[in-house]
Design a binder for this molecule. Structure first.
Ligand code: SF4
Length: 448
C-alpha cells in the first residue's frame, strides 16, 4: 500500500530548495505519491528515508525510455485508468515492422518515406518513433547490418526482435547508442536475455503465453536487478489482447501488482489481414492501454488518424494548450502593418495566424495570456476584459514597432472596445470579424 503525500512529506528535508523541479517539498511529495516523480530527483533525502520511501515512490507503472535524439520516447508512467480522472502522461509509441532480409534499396526507400510522414498540428510535430526490426532467418550478419543502418541513418528508435540472445548482442554492439528495446525475454531464454539487458543497460521486452506467465518472468528479471521492462502478454487475438491490456493496467494501478507495473507492447501487425483492420486495432490499443503499437508499415492514411487520436488522448484535459504571450510577426510586417490582438489558446492562435498568413497581408499579432481560454470563454471569465487588453497593448511594446495607433480586436469581443478605448485613449480600437475565416477579406480591404 502506498503512502499518502503528507506521509511522504514528513520524510523529506522540507527545505523547499526546488532542485527536484517543483518549488516545494510538499509538491514533490504529492508528485511522488501519485507516481509522477521519482525519488532520485531529490538529492537530499536521507538513506533512512530512501529505504522507507522506496516502495511508495515507485510509480505504479514504471516509465521506460526507448530511443535517443529527436524521436526518443518514454512509455508507461501512467497513474489512472481513465483520462478524465487526471491525465495520461506518456503517449503510445508507434512502430513499423521490417525484417532483416530487406534489401538495402528497399530499406533506404522505406526510411525516407517514413521520415517524411510528419505532420504539424497545433504547433506540434506529430510523427512515429520506432522501427521494429525482426530477425527473419537467424542471419546475424543481416540483422546487425540493418540495425546499424536504421540506427545510424535515421532518427527512428529501434525495437530489436530476435529469439537469439547472440543476434541481439551483435545488433546491440552497433546500435546501443540509440537505446533500442530488446525483444524478448521468454521462458526459454530469460536468463540470457536478462543478462544481456543488464550488461547493456537497455530496456527489455518480456513475452509469455499469458499474464500468469508474465508475472513469473518479470519477477525473475526484477530479481536480477532489471527495472526497465515492457510486457507482451503473448496473445494475438484482438479480444484477448484488449482484455490483457485492461487486466494488466488494472492490476498495476488498483491492486498494486508490481510484477505487472510496466508498459506494454502490442502487435496489430500480427493480428489483422489488411490495413483497415490493423488501423482499427491500433486505434483500440492506443486508447486501451498499449505502451507501444507495432504496425506492419507506416502509411499516411493509417498513420495520420492514429497520430491525431494519440494527440487527443494524451493531451492533458485539465490544461488548455497555450502559446506564449507576446508579439508575433506574420509575414514581414513593418511600421504600417495592421495590429491584431487575440487570446493564447493555441487553437485560436493557429487558426488566426493561419488566416492572416493566407491573406498575404503582413501583420502583427498580439497574443495575450488568458490562461489558454478562447476568445468567448476568456471574455466571459473576465480574462479578456477591455481594461486588461488595453493594458496589455500598452505594455507589450507594439507601439515601438508601428507608426499608427490602430488595433483590431476579435468580433466576438466587440463589447470590450469601450473599455479598451478608455485604457488606450489615443488608439483606434477596430472590431474585426467574428469568424476567423473572414480575416483575409477584412485585412485586404483595410490594406486598400
Ligand atoms: Fe524538497 Fe528535495 Fe525538492 Fe529540495 S529537492 S524541494 S529538499 S524535495
Amino acid at each position: 500500500m502506498g503512502l499518502t503525500g503528507i506521509e511522504i512529506f514528513k520524510m523529506l528535508p522540507k527545505t523547499n530548495c526546488g532542485e527536484c523541479g517543483v518549488p516545494t517539498c510538499l509538491a514533490f511529495a504529492m508528485n511522488l505519491a501519485s507516481g509522477k516523480a521519482e525519488l532520485d530527483a531529490c538529492p537530499y533525502v536521507s538513506d533512512e528515508a530512501k529505504e522507507k520511501l522506496a516502495e511508495a515512490s515507485a510509480p505504479p507503472i514504471r516509465p521506460v525510455s526507448i530511443g535517443a535524439g529527436t524521436r526518443a520516447l518514454k512509455v508507461g508512467g501512467e497513474t489512472v485508468m481513465f483520462r478524465h480522472e487526471k491525465t495520461f502522461y506518456n503517449q503510445t509509441g508507434l512502430a513499423a515492422l521490417i525484417t532483416s532480409d530487406i534489401d538495402a534499396g528497399a530499406l533506404e526507400k522505406k526510411l525516407k518515406e517514413w521520415n517524411a510522414l510528419q505532420y504539424e498540428r497545433v504547433g506540434l510535430n506529430l510523427r512515429p518513433e520506432l522501427v521494429a526490426l525482426k530477425d527473419a532467418k537467424g542471419d546475424v550478419q543481416a540483422f546487425t547490418a540493418v540495425a546499424k543502418k536504421v540506427a545510424e541513418e535515421s532518427e527512428f528508435g529501434l525495437i530489436l526482435i530476435s529469439e537469439s540472445p547472440d543476434a541481439l548482442k551483435a545488433a546491440v554492439e552497433v546500435s546501443a547508442f540509440k537505446k533500442p528495446l530488446l525483444y524478448a525475454a521468454t521462458a526459454e531464454n530469460v536468463e540470457d536475455m536478462g543478462t544481456l539487458a543488464k550488461e547493456s543497460g537497455l530496456p527489455l521486452a518480456v513475452k509469455a503465453n499469458d499474464i500468469e506467465g508474465l508475472i513469473g518472468l518479470t519477477d525473475k528479471l526484477t530479481g536480477m536487478g532489471l527495472k526497465d521492462l515492457v510486457l507482451d502478454s503473448g496473445s494475438r487475438e484482438p479480444k484477448q489482447v484488449f482484455e490483457d491490456q485492461v487486466v494488466m493496467r488494472r492490476a498495476a494501478l488498483k491492486a498494486g501488482n508490481r510484477s505487472l507495473g510496466f508498459p506494454t507492447i502490442t502487435f496489430p501487425c500480427e493480428m489483422a489481414g489488411n490495413l483497415d483492420m490493423e488501423t482499427v486495432l491500433a486505434s483500440m490499443l492506443i486508447a486501451k492501454y498499449a505502451g507501444i503499437v507495432t504496425l506492419s508499415d507506416f502509411s499516411g492514411e493509417s498513420l495520420f488518424p492514429l497520430l491525431l487520436e494519440r494527440l487527443n488522448i494524451f493531451t492533458d484535459p485539465q490544461r488548455p494548450m497555450t502559446v506564449t504571450e507576446g508579439i508575433y510577426e506574420i509575414g514581414a510586417p513593418d511600421e504600417n502593418s495592421p495590429v491584431l490582438v487575440t487570446t493564447n489558446f493555441s487553437l485560436t492562435y493557429f487558426i488566426v495566424s493561419g488566416e492572416i498568413e493566407g491573406s498575404r497581408v503582413p501583420s502583427w499579432l498580439l497574443i495575450m495570456d488568458t490562461e489558454g481560454l478562447s476568445v468567448m470563454t476568456a471574455w466571459a471569465a473576465g480574462k479578456f476584459a477591455g481594461d486588461a487588453v488595453g493594458m496589455f497593448v500598452k505594455k507589450c511594446g507594439i507601439a515601438d514597432k508601428v507608426s499608427h495607433k490602430k488595433v483590431i480586436i476579435p468580433g466576438y469581443a466587440a463589447a470590450i472596445s469601450g473599455e479598451m478605448e478608455e485604457e488606450l485613449p489615443d488608439w483606434n480600437v477596430m472590431i474585426g470579424p467574428r469568424d476567423a475565416s473572414l480575416i483575409p477579406k477584412f485585412l485586404k480591404e483595410m490594406a486598400q
